[in-house]
Design a binder for this molecule. Sequence first.
Ligand SMILES: Cc1cc2nc3c(=O)[nH]c(=O)nc-3n(C[C@H](O)[C@H](O)[C@H](O)COP(=O)(O)OP(=O)(O)OC[C@H]3O[C@@H](n4cnc5c(N)ncnc54)[C@H](O)[C@@H]3O)c2cc1C
Length: 463
Amino acid sequence: MNTILFSKKVEVRYQAQVVVVGGGPSGFCAAVAAARAGADTLLIEEGGCAGGMATRGLVGPFMTSYDKDGKQMIIRGLFEELVNRMVMCGGAIHPEGVRAGTAFTSWIVLGHDHVTPFEPECLKIVMDEMLAEAGVRVLYHTRFVEPVVQDGTIRQIIIDSKAGLEAVSADVFIDCTGDADVAYRAGVPCEKGNEELGLIQPASLFFRIGNVRLAPLEADIVAHKDQFYRKDGVNYRSLHWRVTEAREHGDWPLQRVSIGLFRGVKEDEWFINTSRVMGVDATDNQSLTRGEIEGRKQVEIIFNFFRKYVPGCEDARLLCSASTLGIRESRHVKGLYRLMTDDLLEGKVPSDSICLASNSVDVHGRFGPLSNQYAAIRNGRWYGIPYRCLVPERIDNLLVAGRCVSAESDAAGAIRVMPPSTAMGQAAGQAAAMAVQQRLAVSDVSVSELQQKLREQGAFLEV
Ligand SMILES: Cc1cc2nc3c(=O)[nH]c(=O)nc-3n(C[C@H](O)[C@H](O)[C@H](O)COP(=O)(O)OP(=O)(O)OC[C@H]3O[C@@H](n4cnc5c(N)ncnc54)[C@H](O)[C@@H]3O)c2cc1C
């Protein structure tokens, strides 16, 4: 390999007590929580808005924030505040009234009770407002490049933007990049996908369609409901009868056999989660480029399919495709504890849990179109995510939150969804502020004090 040595003096342009890298659901909550806890906080985000997959990725709805039986909202705190603020602006439907087996869940029942449909445009604005109110300094259009590590501590990070390369120093860093960019480059051991199987979850490019007539679409689904394909107790396969028809007419070259379609806040606007790009490595720009191009091709095919074959969609309009490919899985950091799939299926709540969740293991077609794997909790109504999963090995002033926390691949397939990501972010932000204020390594933060503070902030935490 041809290599060069590159070195450059850069200005330490920013200083903060807590720096959060990545402004998705986890990073947004980490930044707000750290700032509300009194830490001078800087958020660094490569896109032009907060929200990550929820905004630029057009991913929705927020998966369930309720317990397994759908009786009680268990992911609360900042997530609930965000939802309530959006509901007030008409930009979300409160999950209390959104039930499984409906247009809001692509008619899936198991694990899909009380999801939260929301408007990504409203989310962008509400997130900007909450960041500003909390006093978070925000740098959009800014990308983390490299950490400067000394004796197991990150002293600075190098960022890149239109202003060029600059350095940021802070006491504690929180990696919310989804891909563990900060942790990996700081030397934290990471696993990519499921290394035992040599597989990674497929990527998808979401898109939104408008001008859909709900009544004929719903009538078609209801008329075929008994034909849904069931696997692992899940009634997948909306519109597979229409996909079959399109395939017979040569209009469906894709491998997928059915459609994931989720009604948005407005009844004529739908989020389509159907494209599937296999083998995308989100840590490789060539692979991402191939994924984006392939995803767009699939979006065109699927959109044309809607107009031609799906009742109620004859005059549908393509509102937009996501501005970034949806990545379900990339790196998982090695932390002080690795969350195991059995831990969550058995409903374990370790004593250092920083949030509770009930989301099921949801592994999308790693082996091909009919190979989805879904597993709901077997015991109890929820499981806990331990603080140790947020504390990576080897670096004493780094926390991680969201998709890339320490978990085996299938367990990550449950906790990666947005509500638990927000709760992990809130815990990481609060813990980072405590570490700064008490001059502690993040691993030495008192978990019982952290749990108490999270409860005071509205988190539901029965440990
Ligand atoms: C196709 C698909 C469907 C899904 N369906 C659902 C669903 O229906 N419901 C649900 O609740 N969840 C769903 N999820 C899961 C969910 O969207 C994500 O797992 C969740 O958003 C994770 O949050 P996060 O904050 O960890 O990461 P992200 O949302 O990915 O946010 C990471 C942020 O970090 C920024 N970033 C990354 N690297 C850098 C860098 N080097 N420098 C600066 N910024 C950086 C990114 O721009 C981004 O804003 C789905 C995901 C996918 C991909």
